[in-house]
Design a protein around this ligand. Structure first.
Ligand code: SF4
Length: 295
């Protein structure tokens, strides 16, 4: 993959992006890729030499990596940090799976550090975040089955989120907003059987996709799909009176509320999108799902 510098960033930053220390060597799939949609992995492997990504699109990731230097400074005697573990056993169907955890305290707290936005954390605390839960449970699974037995058994999982855009003023004025720039989010730890079943299911999904000529299109959830909505608009008002999921429901809403379409009100389609495909997928130019809708 070639890193471009279309935004003319300082060369030092571009160099830092290019020298990404990520290393999943020695395994067939990493924990991160196990979580990712199979189609993205397969297209990435297939077109690797032709792929381009702009350094400007890697800045958040660069900031995330900088946290790893902090973790090294945080580790106390008996704690483990930044270790990559490997598993190839009866559950992995011939593959070697690897993953690197951030920080495992001697008391068994497995902690993953993330730099993220304040509102992402507000949402995660309110609604949970299935991706973070799965990621931490995969890491626990790797530690439990690791070829090099670790001296610590995981007892709890958590994310320590460092809020890159935290604002003291918002913290003072908004009830929901995090009061500190660092927030600990407890993560549900699955039973051993649940972790085993989940990891085996993901491996099977990736292995079966790799055998297909056309790997399955990423699901709407994986594409971060936002569906079309229908806005009921009143003349002279900028915001919608109501957003509804279908034209029929929008028409019904107008009727139920004594309004008449075309007489002071109208219905406007707000087109949805596959946000990941449109803005965050490095292989979209090689994906027929995207090329069909965008060209
Ligand atoms: S463009 Fe969309 S559907 Fe295609 S691989 Fe990327 S995320 Fe998946």
């Amino acid at each position: 993959m070639k890193i471009t510098n279309l935004q003319n960033l300082p060369q030092a930053i571009v160099n830092a992006v290019i020298n990404d220390p990520y290393d999943g060597k020695g395994s067939d799939i990493s924990a991160t890729r196990l979580l990712a949609p199979p189609r993205i992995n397969i297209l990435t492997k297939k077109h690797w030499d032709k792929l381009e990504e702009d350094a400007a699109d890697r800045i958040f990731s660069l900031l995330g990596q900088s946290v790893h230097h902090i973790i090294e400074r945080a580790a106390q005697e008996g704690d483990l940090s930044e270790e990559r573990v490997f598993v190839n056993n009866e559950q992995t169907n011939g593959w070697t799976v690897s993953g690197q955890f951030d920080y495992l305290t001697k008391d068994g707290d497995l902690i993953d550090f993330k730099t993220t936005s304040a509102w992402a954390v507000v949402d995660a605390l309110k609604n949970g975040k299935s991706e973070w839960e799965a990621q931490l449970n995969i890491l626990d699974w790797l530690i439990r089955h690791s070829e090099t037995k670790l001296p610590i058994k995981v007892k709890s999982l958590s994310i320590v989120a460092i809020l890159r855009d935290w604002s003291k003023m918002k913290a003072l004025t908004s009830v929901d907003y995090p009061k500190q720039q660092v927030v600990t989010i407890p993560i549900t730890m699955w039973s051993d059987a649940e972790q085993d079943a989940y990891v085996q299911g993901r491996i099977a999904l990736h292995q079966s996709a790799a055998l297909q000529e056309e790997p399955p299109i990423c699901s709407p959830e994986e594409r971060w799909n936002k569906p079309d909505t229908y806005a009921v608009m009143k003349d002279g008002r900028k915001s919608a009176v109501r957003l509804l999921p279908s034209m029929d429901e929008a028409k019904q809403f107008i009727k139920d509320n004594g309004m008449s379409e075309g007489k002071g009100c109208k219905i406007v389609l707000r087109a949805g999108e596959d946000t990941r495909c449109a803005h965050y997928c490095a292989v979209r130019d090689y994906c027929t799902h995207w090329t069909k809708v965008s060209f």
